[in-house]
Ligand binder design. Structure first.
Ligand code: ACO
Length: 386
């Protein structure tokens, strides 16, 4: 059995900032209300050219630099997201292509705001059993695309961003020590984001056009979710510590899903842990769902809140309902990578995109020469038929 260590981390948030004051001009709300109830002051919003996949790629590329791992050596990519551009191809496959990770398996994982911790555990298990030697685990979201911007009860809460870690197998004891994954589907209606068919089949009745749903935007029962969250944070942290053989005093830092500061304060009280031991950055980023924990990890590292041999607990909770926690021993010191080397590494992603384009054109050319129509041409033929 190998130990799965975190050897690289990276985050990316879009440059556009939307403050509470900006929201005051859009809907009937106030900076004072949002800050008092949630702690959030501002969030980042993706621009028109950014997608969940491009945010995920940026975070993964940064994590690979820290890990000093070439993309062609990556064996598994998991993207936890609730906001993919496509059901398939998965966001993970798009990231695989952008990275040029030619030997990696890739898939998306759907567990809402708990997704990153679920994905971390899946990857750690795959490494522990020897199925893969390393993995890139990403949480990435463009929540701004699935919000009802007229619903002040939800649109003020969320933001966009991505965070990633690189896991690698080692004989050195440590890394991901234990995890707890839980779900309760009976609470699915408390927090949901319906899927929608953008491209309805013309022969179906209109009610099927929208998959039975009126909108594909988030709906939430805030109070119930609040109650659920405070309870499961404490329970899953306790259970995970027990599995990892840790006591509360052995835990140096708890990185919770960044939904809002009041949830975190209530959970700290329930666990009887000083609030300072919980890391928060929700004030500047809002709730970035599956991306919030890996982004917070990156910020905690750059704030000097994690040191070699520290024990850290990640704890997520969200739609499903789902909740999950992982205990990690933080015992790998990252290598320092020089600026020119970092720039050189960026260049290889340009090469990866070029190679991907050539492969795509090659397939089209092959189909054209071989006389078999491409899917686009087939669809055009179907539409032409009376
Ligand atoms: N600005 C001003 N007033 C508002 C806003 C807003 N943005 N949103 C709601 N209000 C009003 C409501 O209309 C209501 O007014 P009324 O009393 O006249 O009807 C009043 O504020 C109270 O509304 P509640 O929804 O009861 O407010 P609450 O105190 O529960 O706070 C909140 C709402 C912040 C969402 C809270 O329920 C909460 O923190 N819930 C946790 C859910 C959460 O964080 N979800 C994030 C996503 S889930 C996840 O990541 C797991």
């Amino acid at each position: 059995m190998k130990y799965a260590h975190i050897i690289g981390w990276g985050k990316y948030v879009p440059s556009r900032v939307l403050t509470n004051h900006d929201l005051e001009r859009m809907i009937n709300t106030s900076d004072e209300w949002i800050a008092r109830r949630t702690g959030i002051r501002e969030r980042h919003i993706a621009d028109a050219r950014e997608t969940t996949a491009t945010l995920a790629f940026e975070a993964a590329a940064r994590a690979l630099v820290v890990a000093d791992l070439h993309p062609s050596q990556v064996e598994l990519i998991i993207v936890a997201t609730s906001t993919p551009e496509y059901i398939f191809p998965s966001t993970a496959c798009r990231v695989q292509d952008y990275l040029g990770a030619i030997k990696a398996g890739a898939f998306d994982l759907s567990a809402a705001c708990s997704g990153f911790v679920y994905a971390l555990d899946m990857a750690a298990q795959a490494i522990a059993t020897g199925s893969v030697r390393n993995a890139v685990v990403i949480g990435a979201e463009t929540m701004s695309r699935v919000l009802d911007w007229e619903d002040r009860g939800t649109c003020v809460l969320f933001g966009d961003g991505a965070g990633a870690v690189v896991l690698k197998g080692s004989d050195i004891e440590g890394g991901v020590l234990a995890s707890t994954l839980r779900s309760d589907g009976s609470g699915g209606d408390l927090l949901s984001l319906p899927a929608i068919y953008h491209n309805p089949v013309p022969t179906l009745e209109p009610e099927y056009f929208h998959n039975g749903h009126k909108h594909n935007t988030i709906t939430m029962d805030g109070r119930q979710v609040f109650r659920f969250a405070t309870q499961v944070i404490a329970d899953s942290v306790n259970e995970t510590m027990l599995k990892a053989g840790l006591r509360l005093e052995d835990v140096n830092l708890i990185i919770p899903h960044q939904a809002n500061t009041r949830i975190i304060e209530a959970a700290a009280k329930r666990l009887k842990v000083p609030e300072e031991r919980f890391y928060t950055n929700v004030q500047l980023l809002g709730n970035t769902s599956a991306a919030s924990i890996p982004i917070a990890l990156c910020d905690a590292v750059s704030d000097g809140r994690l040191h070699p041999d520290d024990n850290v607990i990640f704890v997520g909770f969200g739609g499903g309902l789902t909740w999950a926690a992982s205990a990690v021993k933080w015992n790998v010191t990252p290598p320092t990578v020089s600026r020119p080397r970092q720039e050189w590494r960026r260049a290889r992603y340009v090469y990866a995109r070029g190679r991907s384009k050539i492969k795509r054109y090659g397939r089209r050319l092959g189909a054209w020469l071989g006389g078999s129509p491409t899917p686009d041409a087939k669809m055009r033929d179907i539409k032409k038929k009376p």
